[in-house]
Design a protein. Structure first.
Length: 402
């Protein structure tokens, strides 16, 4: 190795040592050359093995390191949540190409087209892929509700449904709209209790899975359709509506609330749960590139509350469930790692690495409050609400800046 190359690597290692030292992570770095470096006192919590020492001189951004991991340029062993603490010491500069693609989808393409294509892009791997890590009882791909940290994921899934059933005050004979369908958990829980459940979903796999469940359980009071909720026109309004972890795919809150008001009876209740960020559209480039294409956006609670109030709803309750989502994703990530061999054999190394990063990083984000989670319950009023137009909204915005 030339003296110049050695000097460059030494500088990179010195810089890395400072940054890891600031993070407090006990780390062992194994270079492709065979060298090994220890950072911090005591046994390493994290072991990083490079397959390409040139990575030491690469851009230290979340996206660049995430891409390098997906491409197999290094390995991570040990405490993944501890490894994620290093994110605070990385640059988070956005990639222009990722931002432009998002803006095109948000402003230049139709809502229905973007929703169908982005959902299809994420769920193209088939039911068996997601069933390797989500709960086995009701199969939720959104956060479950933990009464105790020691609850199993399956217990927490049932408690999620109990919270919804109680929040919507459901009774036998009532008509419930389920936005999203997933793998039929709402049907499996509410159908035998006499509730008439109708689901709308954008994926044929979800529709087929849920329909098989309905048929096997003999739930004649249940149905599922492939349809965009923003285009849904029921023959008569529903008694209640639930949306579990799907509002993240619908950042058009005005359109959503207008449609919701039409779909509910006066006095009807609405239950929503979701992952959230303090600022709308705040999402890392890695997630937009590898996991959620299109306009996927975490819930912005203050904007959702505003639109519900503008569109004829009263807010009944809001509950913070960030810890619940952290625990949910920890279960998912652990189960995902435990099924590594089957996932790599079935779907490939790159997909395994992308989703492994997503699941552990998501768990960490809830732990450190980068992400939040909530559920809310709202009641439809008889009136349609003030629904201010663009000029009044602009005036209110300007006033808010004063």
């Amino acid at each position: 190795m030339s003296t110049q190359v050695r000097t460059i690597e030494d500088r990179a290692l010195s810089s890395l040592e400072r940054e890891i030292g600031e993070s407090g992570i006990r780390c062992e770095l194994r270079l492709a050359s065979g060298e090994s470096h220890r950072f911090g006192d005591g046994p390493p919590e994290v072991i990083v093995t490079l397959h390409n020492d040139g990575l030491l001189n690469a851009r230290m951004t979340e996206f660049a390191l995430g891409k390098a991991y997906v491409d197999g340029e290094f390995e991570i062993e040990g405490d993944m949540l501890r490894a994620m603490d290093f994110r605070d010491h990385l640059k988070s500069r956005s990639e222009l190409s990722v931002v432009l693609k998002f803006l095109v989808n948000l402003f230049l393409r139709s809502t229905a087209w973007v929703n169908r294509n982005s959902i299809a892009g994420h769920y193209e791997f088939g039911d068996d892929f997601y069933l390797t890590f989500i709960d086995k009882r009701f199969r939720f791909y959104s956060h479950c509700v933990f009464h105790s940290d020691d609850d199993t994921l399956e217990q927490a899934a049932e408690q999620k449904l109990e919270s919804m059933f109680e929040g919507l005050k459901l009774e036998p004979g009532m008509r419930l709209l389920d936005i999203g369908a997933g793998w039929g958990g709402v049907h499996e829980y509410c159908g035998p209790r006499g509730v008439h459940v109708t689901s709308v979903t954008l994926t044929e796999d979800s529709q087929a899975y849920t329909q098989r469940l309905i048929d096997e359980m003999g739930l004649e009071n249940c149905a599922v359709f492939v349809e965009d909720f923003l285009e849904h026109e029921p023959e008569e309004p529903y008694d209640a509506v639930v949306i579990y972890g799907v509002i993240e795919h619908i950042p058009y809150y005005r359109k959503f609330c207008r449609r919701l008001w039409k779909c509910l009876k006066p006095g009807g209740l609405f239950y929503l749960d979701a992952s959230a960020t303090l600022e709308k559209y705040e999402m890392g480039d890695f997630t937009r590139t590898y996991i959620w294409p299109g306009t996927h956006t975490f819930l912005c609670m203050q904007e959702m509350l505003q639109e519900l109030l503008y569109h004829g709803f009263d807010i009944v309750r809001v509950r913070e469930e960030t810890r619940d989502y952290e625990l949910t994703m920890k279960h998912w990530a652990s189960r995902f790692d435990g099924n590594r061999e089957a996932i790599v054999d079935g779907w490939g190394e790159k997909l395994y690495r992308a989703f492994r990063t997503y699941l552990w990083a998501g768990c960490h984000a809830f732990r450190v409050n980068r992400l939040q989670a909530y559920h809310l319950v709202a009641r439809r009023r008889p009136d349609a609400g003030p629904r201010p137009g663009i000029w009044k909204r602009t005036l209110n915005h300007v006033r808010g800046l004063m």
